[in-house]
Design a protein. Structure first.
Length: 181
C-alpha cells in the first residue's frame, strides 16, 4: 500500500500506477454527479457538455450547500452509494473523459471494464464523513443545472485540497476490493 497526494486532472500514467488498497488525497478540481445528472449528461451531445467537466474526477455526492454573502458554502459533502449509477457510469465516463470516480460502496462489471479500458480508478470515500469532506472543499467554482435538477442532483464544480483519505477500491488492472456478485 502506497500513499499518493495527487493534483487533478491526473495523467493516465499516474492512474495506471494506482493499485487497490493505495491511499489517495486529491488537490484541484472535482465535480459531483448523481442519478439525475448522469441521466441528463446521457442526453446531451458532446458539444453541449461544459468543457470544465472534462477529464476531472467525478464524485458521487449530493452536497448540502448554503448561499452566504454571494458565495456557495458546502456544509456537508458525503459520498452517495455508487452502485446505483452502474447502468450509466461507463457511458458518462467515456463521454466526459472521466478516469477517476469517487464514491461509496462498489461498482459493477460495466464500470470495472470501463476502468480497464480508459484507464481509470474507483476511489472509495468513507460513508458518514460528509462534514470532513466539506472541510476539504476550498471553494465552489460553478454549479450546473441547479434549477433543473435541484441542489442534491445539480453538478457542483469544486476546488478541493487534500481531499481524502480515498482508498483505491478498483484499479485499472481489474483488481477490486469488492467481491464479485
Amino acid at each position: 500500500m502506497t500513499e499518493y497526494h495527487l493534483r487533478t486532472p491526473i495523467p493516465q500514467n499516474r492512474i495506471r500506477r494506482l493499485k487497490t488498497g493505495d491511499i489517495v488525497f486529491l488537490t484541484g478540481r472535482i465535480f459531483t454527479a448523481r442519478d439525475k445528472a448522469h441521466q441528463l449528461i446521457m442526453t446531451l451531445q458532446s458539444s453541449k457538455i461544459p468543457k470544465e467537466l472534462k477529464n476531472l474526477p467525478l464524485y458521487h455526492c449530493g452536497p448540502l450547500v448554503r448561499r452566504e454573502h454571494g458565495k456557495w458554502i458546502v456544509l456537508s459533502a458525503g459520498p452517495t452509494t455508487s452502485r446505483r449509477l452502474e447502468s450509466t457510469e461507463a457511458k458518462v465516463m467515456e463521454k466526459l473523459g472521466v478516469s477517476v470516480l469517487i464514491g461509496k460502496g462498489g461498482m459493477g462489471p460495466a464500470t470495472a471494464a470501463a476502468l480497464q479500458r480508459l484507464p481509470g480508478v474507483y476511489l472509495a470515500y468513507t460513508g458518514g464523513a460528509g462534514v470532513l469532506a466539506a472541510t476539504q472543499i476550498t471553494g465552489v467554482l460553478d454549479v450546473l443545472w441547479l434549477a433543473e435538477l435541484g441542489m442534491a442532483d445539480a453538478v457542483w464544480l469544486l476546488e478541493v485540497r487534500e481531499f481524502g483519505p480515498l482508498v483505491v477500491a478498483m484499479d485499472a488492472a481489474g483488481s477490486s476490493l469488492y467481491p464479485e456478485e
